[in-house]
Design a protein around this ligand. Sequence first.
Ligand SMILES: Nc1ncnc2c1ncn2[C@@H]1O[C@H](COP(=O)(O)OP(=O)(O)OP(=O)(O)O)[C@@H](O)[C@H]1O
Length: 155
Amino acid sequence: MASKDKKLEGAPKDYNKKVQRNSTFFRAMKNSLHGIWLILVRERNMRIHIMLGFFILVVGLHLGLNRADWLWVAVAVFTVISSEFLNTIIEAVVDLVVEKRYHPLAGLAKDVAAGGVLVAVSFEIILLIIVFQPYIWRHFGIVTNFSEIIHSFSK
Ligand SMILES: Nc1ncnc2c1ncn2[C@@H]1O[C@H](COP(=O)(O)OP(=O)(O)OP(=O)(O)O)[C@@H](O)[C@H]1O
């Protein structure tokens, strides 16, 4: 994430600024929404995860997933989104601490954080295959043993 945005690098005039605590609930909410806006604007991967989430929503509505399946889909999608938040936080903190200097621990922290996202995406793919495959087979009129077994679990 290094130096994508000059505004977030911090200018000398910023050093005199005072940090204001969130004095009201609405101010805290405004800052939280600003955080969501920042990650959407800055992180291409987050935009991809969100678009994929909407795509899964449309396909799920079209195939008529049941309530239990929607729960698993929500777990899968939000696990990935949460891991991307964590990845971005770690990248920002690492860049803040090391500034632009090379440090093996900075590389380790960033790579491990990115690895966490990869694990979350793998978890999402496995869950989505398990949830969607019986619906997709049945959508095309194919009934397999596996789809029946999976479907009997979700009844
Ligand atoms: N200060 C550093 N010291 C050592 N290695 C670093 C440092 N900063 C980044 N790296 C290494 O370079 C890689 C790319 O870092 P960079 O910050 O450009 O990417 P990123 O922010 O992880 O990418 P993206 O924003 O696309 O997720 C990291 O995964 C890490 O291996």
